[in-house]
Design a protein around this ligand. Sequence first.
Ligand code: ASP
Length: 315
Amino acid sequence: MSNYSIAIHGGAGTITPASMTPALEVKYKEALQRAIETGAEILEGGGNALDAVQKTVESLENTPLFNAGKGSVFTKQGRHEMDAAIMCGKTLRAGAVAGVYNVRNPVVLSRAILEFSDHVFMSGYGAEEFARKQNLAFAPEEYFFDALRYKQWSEVRDSDVFMLDHTAGDEKFGTVGAVALDQHGNLAAATSTGGMTNKNYNRIGDTPVIGAGTYANNYTCAISCTGHGEFFLRAVVAYDVSCLMEYKGYSLQEACDKVVMDKLVRLGGEGGLIAVDARGNIAMPFNSEGMYRACKTNAMPAVTAIYKDEVKVVS
Ligand code: ASP
């Protein structure tokens, strides 16, 4: 069998052992494990990276534990407004969607944009109309309701405060993403989010912006980011990692460390990313307290981790 690698995240933020219960930790790790096995099975069977990252992100979107799809946070208007993107490293084709309501799996919509439209990026009503034409699943408002997220939002709803959902109070949740290298040597990345708690409606973060929160290029790497989107947008994080590899000959780990642990920190941007390169190396750097994450390769069973120093790099 040729090599394959996959890495996933479920958000980064102030995630510490003190803010967790053992039972909740088990729940997160089980959800991460389920998601990574979903993608790994596709890769193991010779499937392509694009399918693997899409299906993996769908699995994460379907659990209320994470801030994407079903678990999306509340906007200032008390609604769930979602962003997602997917990119193929072989063709550099991409699909992205911003500010959609009631779409059950925004990553599926981003894939449909990649496959069946002449566009890369759609937003709001037009994107929803496209989803309907593609017969994609919608869900009523109640599907996205979560009591804990409602509580988080209630605490800040009358203010201008908006925050990473996993940094809010004691509840830790997060944006989701997956990156993969398949056995045919192709890379892909996908990311999906409800954004930030109490965000202004129509605010768009880094997640769906190709080159900021999501990027894939067979020549370099596949990246999915999580963190304070405004900073990731300004730092063009995902593409910056790829550029350091392409133009400066950095290794994946060097490029990730430069961007996440140096450039972003100097800018004040909290968060992290997951990355895989064309040789199957994986990096999962973050400058926050924790990041829900997991990885697996053809040569290594799945590893899941939440806090700093739990697991570092696999190559
Ligand atoms: N990056 C996302 C955003 O700013 C939030 C997150 O990663 O949790 O919309």
